[in-house]
Write a protein that binds this ligand. Structure first.
Ligand code: FE2
Length: 199
């Protein structure tokens, strides 16, 4: 496992093996660093399991959004993002590999709730502009959840010195932010096309 903090720890180990004197303060710093690395690694793994479950749930849920959307741009945007989402699942699995761990998932209650909300919107909104705007709202909530999770994972991976994981997570984070921007653009285009202005 690549790890800059581990390197720091191993430098301390080198001092010990070369019989260099090590103070009590250095020793406790070393123990504290090891505990923090282990705690952050555990948190990182838990967040990975959560987002793995969430992305797999989205791969199953997105076809229904595409089927319900009537604006061609919106259907295309969600279809493209479905392909990206499938790749994002693979990237998460690559990060598990980097950690030397088996791929695993943990139910993401938040994503389950957001998907239920999307279903509710599709059920209660009239087909057409209303439902399309509702789908955009539901999809943007999903994107914002993902952006916050990948942002946290990115920061922890940087702290742990997981360089390859940082790059993988950054690629996904860029796609999620682009998807969110695209949805905003489509919402504006729909409103402009329909000339929906209250005043
Ligand atoms: Fe996404």
């Amino acid at each position: 496992m690549e790890n800059t903090n581990e390197n720091k720890a191993s430098q301390m180990g080198d001092n010990l093996s070369k019989n260099k004197p090590i103070s009590g303060t250095q020793k406790s710093d070393f123990d504290e660093t090891r505990i923090l690395i282990s705690q952050l690694t555990r948190l990182f793994e838990e967040e990975l399991k959560d987002i793995h479950w969430a992305e797999e749930a989205l791969v199953k849920a997105m076809p229904k959004l595409i089927k319900n959307a009537r604006t061609p741009d919106l259907r295309d945007a969600i279809s493209n993002h479905l392909t990206e989402t499938e790749n994002q699942v693979r990237r998460i699995e690559q990060v598990f590999e980097i950690l030397g761990k088996n791929v695993s998932s943990k139910k993401c209650e938040a994503m389950e709730g957001l998907i239920k909300e999307a279903d509710e919107i599709m059920r209660t909104c009239d087909e057409g502009i209303m439902r399309d705007e509702g789908i955009i709202a539901a999809a943007q909530k999903v994107e914002h959840y993902e952006i916050s999770t990948y942002g946290t994972l990115h920061q922890i991976a940087e702290t742990l010195g997981l360089v390859k994981a940082v790059k993988l997570i950054q690629s996904t984070l860029d796609e999620e932010k682009a998807a969110d921007r695209k949805l905003t653009e489509i919402a504006i285009r729909i409103a402009n096309k329909q000339n929906i202005h209250a005043n």
